[in-house]
Design a protein around this ligand. Structure first.
Ligand SMILES: C[S@@+](CC[C@H](N)C(=O)[O-])C[C@H]1O[C@@H](n2cnc3c(N)ncnc32)[C@H](O)[C@@H]1O
Length: 259
């Protein structure tokens, strides 16, 4: 179904176009590990709970979590996206882009333009400060929006859709897929990291099966990866050092979405 909302040439609604949010100070890597962490993140239940959590977590998310845990998820998903992208180039949407570390990895791999979408303006502020090696902004547009709601983005806007860390406990479930598919072009490459436990709990299997049966997507390859660098994360506090994700790699086909 065509999205009736007015749009700009790049498929974004005027109100969202160019909505680059001002940077906020990043966390200092010498500061102690903050109390916000995975337990708090996994305890979030709703989009508004997530927004509140990440508004507070944004200043220390990278120093206190990414660096502390030896998170490598963003790098692996970006590498997998590029390997599977083939000849289908063009605009890429980073779903739940947070502070923009997936975008930095994609720019390292010469992927552009990249738009990022996230529910937390504070996380997006950090993403706005991310650059490539030449100092250019990593992201073309940053969009503050709830992935569980209809998106103000035109149909068929993106040639690629990528995500790391967003399809996890208490965060975003397969309900978001219909909108992600609507804004992707036929043939678009998807590389979506899904926490392995969340995959089972939230019924991603059933969603993929119905999309494949309806001819909306190709059969997904599910690639099992480590979220944290094992030798690093085994030496920090917490139970999550060996958590895993399934990266679903598939393409959008021309089939109609099941109702
Ligand atoms: C664990 S972080 C991952 C961020 C980034 N992709 C990375 O790999 O570091 C999860 C992100 O999902 C976002 N998020 C959670 N629920 C959301 C929702 N309903 N809509 C949009 N973004 C959401 C959070 O704000 C947060 O930035």
């Amino acid at each position: 179904m065509q999205n009736p909302r007015a749009e700009t040439g790049d498929g974004l609604r005027p109100g969202n176009s160019g909505k680059l949010i001002e940077p906020v100070p990043m966390g200092d890597s010498t500061e102690p590990v903050p109390e916000i962490g995975l337990e708090a993140a996994y305890a979030a239940k709703t989009p508004s709970g997530n927004k509140t959590l990440y508004e507070d977590w944004a200043p220390t998310y990278e120093s206190g979590f990414i660096e502390y845990m030896g998170y490598v998820y963003h790098r692996t998903v970006a590498d997998l996206f590029v390997v599977h992208q083939g000849e289908v180039k063009g605009e890429v949407l980073d779903v739940g882009c947070g502070t923009g570390i997936v975008g930095v990895e994609l720019r390292r791999l010469d992927i552009e333009p990249i738009d990022g979408i996230d529910i937390s303006p504070a996380m997006l502020s950090n993403a706005a400060a991310k650059t490539n090696a030449d100092g250019e902004a990593a992201y073309r547009h940053l969009i503050a929006a709830d992935l569980m709601q209809p998106l103000d983005i035109a149909d068929d806007t993106y040639s690629g859709v990528i995500s790391a860390g967003t399809f996890t406990h208490g965060h975003v479930g397969p309900e978001a897929f219909d909108e992600m598919l609507r804004v992707a072009r036929t043939g678009a490459t998807f590389a979506l990291g899904i926490n392995a436990e969340h995959f089972v709990e939230r019924g991603f299997d059933a969603k993929f099966a119905s999309l494949v049966a309806a001819g909306v997507i190709t059969e997904p390859d599910l690639i099992d990866i480590a979220i944290y660098e094992p030798d690093h994360a085994a030496n920090v506090e917490g139970d999550h050092f060996d958590d895993r994700a399934l990266v679903a790699i598939f393409r959008k086909l021309a089939g109609a979405a099941p109702v």
